[in-house]
Write a protein that binds this ligand. Structure first.
Ligand SMILES: Nc1ncnc2c1ncn2[C@@H]1O[C@H](COP(=O)(O)OP(=O)(O)O)[C@@H](O)[C@H]1O
Ligand SMILES: [Mg+2]
Length: 316
């Protein structure tokens, strides 16, 4: 199990993660969905111990990553955004090389790991690499390269897998092959997989966390998110007044899920997008509140949100 609490990460002035908390349960396949720059890779690098958080805690099976980096690395298989492969090595040589390092490290800690030959046979079969094991990595197609990357992530038989956009850059056939491998792995392991593609999550994940601009904006099973977005209302409203005052006025309404500044028409005219969760029509409430605070509404319209659209807006 992975538990993450109040994680923040700053790169200089840029706040890449803001108070992120969630957990990944044993045996589940969790999708980590968000547009480019949302903070997915940063989160994954922190979980795997490759980057330090600015604040917050990450525990893997009860161990704080920053206090026990080696133990944690042994329990985790990590597919980073780009894996350094050695083009001159054959697939087998490469996996033997990585495997010998990792398995040595793992057996010093945990006597339960498989011997190298068995591990190799297991990952070659699981990742469908049997036909290419003797080929140099430099000659492989992108799909086979990615399967080789996956194989290196699981060679030491970790219980937890962190896969950072495992299908990016592949063609549709290769994507579906790599997904099959992930699904197979997910039957016995805990998997966290990041993606900016909605279909990916629907195809392989039990549960989803959506991250945008360093914050978690939604979480739930794919079915729950679909239901949520069906019952959610989204209203665009343009008002005249101080930007902060309008923002606060909207935030103070009941059942508000989110208020987002969308556009600025002039120094005192601002457009906001308001999403609410309740079943009552929020337009009437916005109207009443606007009148009572003497903040004129210049425009208001309902925007329907489907799950597809939520993701599209997030990923555009
Ligand atoms: N090493 C770094 N130094 C400075 N900024 C970084 C670094 N890595 C990532 N960032 C910035 O942090 C934000 C989150 O990046 P990242 O975690 O890679 O997002 P994602 O994987 O969701 O695309 C982006 O704005 C990115 O430019
Ligand atoms: Mg990334």
């Amino acid at each position: 199990m992975i538990s993450i609490e109040h994680l923040s990460k700053k790169y200089g002035l840029l706040q890449a993660l803001k108070d992120v908390s969630f957990s990944v349960q044993d045996g589940e396949v969790l999708g980590f969905l968000g547009p480019n720059g949302a903070g997915k890779s940063t989160t994954m690098k922190i979980i795997t111990g490759y980057t330090a958080p600015t604040e917050g805690s990450v525990k893997v099976n009860g161990l704080e990553v920053w206090e026990h980096p080696l133990e944690v690395k042994r329990q985790i298989g990590y597919l980073p955004e780009s894996v350094p492969l050695y083009d001159d090595m054959t697939v087998l040589e490469y996996l033997q090389f990585i495997g010998s390092i990792r398995i040595k490290a793992r057996s010093a800690f945990n006597s339960g790991s498989l011997p190298l030959a068995e591990s190799l046979a297991r990952v070659v079969k699981l990742c469908g690499l049997a036909n290419v094991v003797r080929r140099p990595i430099g000659e492989l197609s992108k799909g086979y390269r990615q399967r080789t990357c996956l194989a290196q992530a699981i060679i030491h038989n970790p219980d937890i897998l962190i896969l950072d956009e495992p299908t990016s850059g592949l063609d549709p056939n290769q994507i579906s092959e790599v997904r099959d491998v992930i699904r197979e792995i997910g039957r016995e392991k805990t998997v966290m997989i990041s993606t900016h593609i909605l279909q990916e999550v629907q195809a392989v994940c039990d549960r989803v966390i959506i991250i945008n601009e360093g914050r978690i904006v939604a979480h739930g099973t794919t079915a729950e998110l679909e239901r949520q977005s069906e019952s959610a209302q989204s209203v665009y409203v343009k008002m005249r007044g101080l930007k902060e005052k309008i923002h606060q006025l909207l935030l103070d309404l009941p059942d508000i899920h989110e208020v987002r500044h969308r556009d600025t028409e002039s120094a005192d005219i601002f457009g906001f997008e308001v999403t609410a969760t309740g079943s009552l029509d929020i337009r009437e409430r916005i109207f009443r509140r606007a009148v009572s605070l003497d903040t004129p509404i210049l425009e208001m319209r309902v925007e329907r949100v489907s799950l597809e659209e939520v993701f599209r807006q997030l990923t555009k």
